[in-house]
Design a binder for this molecule. Structure first.
Ligand SMILES: Cc1cc2nc3c(=O)[nH]c(=O)nc-3n(C[C@H](O)[C@H](O)[C@H](O)COP(=O)(O)OP(=O)(O)OC[C@H]3O[C@@H](n4cnc5c(N)ncnc54)[C@H](O)[C@@H]3O)c2cc1C
Length: 224
């Protein structure tokens, strides 16, 4: 499902690393817990890290209705949202050619506030499922008051670019003879052992779905 880049999403620097098909963009977003949301309002620029998730063709964020960021974005401020997975350090033979392996997405657009109660609950359920699939049926659902105090914004993933770097260093030809170790140091986000809360009701077992959490958040991506 290819979507052509727009004037602002066309990757110019290392253009061969730019990817625009929805499968790749969605896979990078789905593998992430966090994105950074940048926007300008009242003549000032801001960039704030936020929890993100995807549902259908939109990237979602949520926050307090008292949050300045949520209010500015709901009022129509144009946003630029970046999602980054750092996959490794790339160590070259020269200082200049050091690099990083990564999968990233940049999305431009305006957020649409999800107002209708059922749609808002559905979006927040999708968020719970994104964080810990299987948990939704166990937890206390949000009260009307909690829902009222929570704003959900949907950003269409229509104008988005992905950029992916994989592989080892690319050194200058004459540097390959140098006796300098070169290669990659892979980096991964790894799920740790669950730590029960101090006030856990006695006899509450560790849920099976926690065992099933992905050990590493990775997306199966084609980089061709
Ligand atoms: C973890 C990480 C570390 C990086 N470190 C460096 C660094 O130290 N120095 C450096 O020069 N670059 C670094 N990059 C690459 C950087 O993100 C830019 O791609 C690069 O600097 C080119 O910037 P530009 O403004 O010339 O991009 P252009 O190619 O002019 O950008 C045009 C459009 O391409 C898209 N685009 C650009 N970069 C990305 C991206 N990374 N992901 C998705 N879409 C993108 C956007 O839609 C953007 O509007 C890093 C990337 C990542 C993910």
């Amino acid at each position: 499902m290819s979507q052509p880049p727009t004037e602002r999403t066309r990757v110019r620097r290392s253009a061969k690393r730019g990817i625009y098909d929805k499968e790749t963009v969605y896979a990078i977003v789905d593998a992430a817990y966090v994105g950074t949301v940048a926007y300008a309002a009242a003549g000032k620029v801001r960039q704030i890290p936020m929890a993100i998730w995807r549902e259908g063709d939109a990237l979602y964020i949520h926050g307090s209705t008292a949050s300045g960021l949520m209010r500015d974005l709901a009022a129509g401020a144009e946003a630029c949202i970046a999602v980054t997975h750092l996959d490794g350090l790339v160590l070259a033979r020269s200082a200049f050619h050091h690099s990083m392996n990564y999968r990233s997405v940049v999305l431009y657009g305006k957020g649409r506030e999800v107002v209708e109660a059922e749609a808002k609950e559905r979006a927040l359920d999708a968020f719970m499922n994104h964080l810990t699939p299987g948990r939704l049926s166990e937890v206390r659902p949000p009260t009307a008051q909690e829902l009222k105090g929570t704003m959900v914004l949907a950003f269409p993933l229509d104008e988005a670019s992905a950029k992916i770097r994989t592989g080892g260093p690319i050194d200058d030809e004459e540097d390959y003879k140098l006796p300098v170790w070169a290669g990659q140091v892979p980096l991964k986000l790894v799920t740790g052992e669950p730590l029960p809360d101090d006030r856990l009701k006695s006899g509450t077992a560790t849920p099976a779905y926690l065992e099933g959490l992905p050990h590493e958040r990775e997306a199966a991506l084609s980089t061709t």
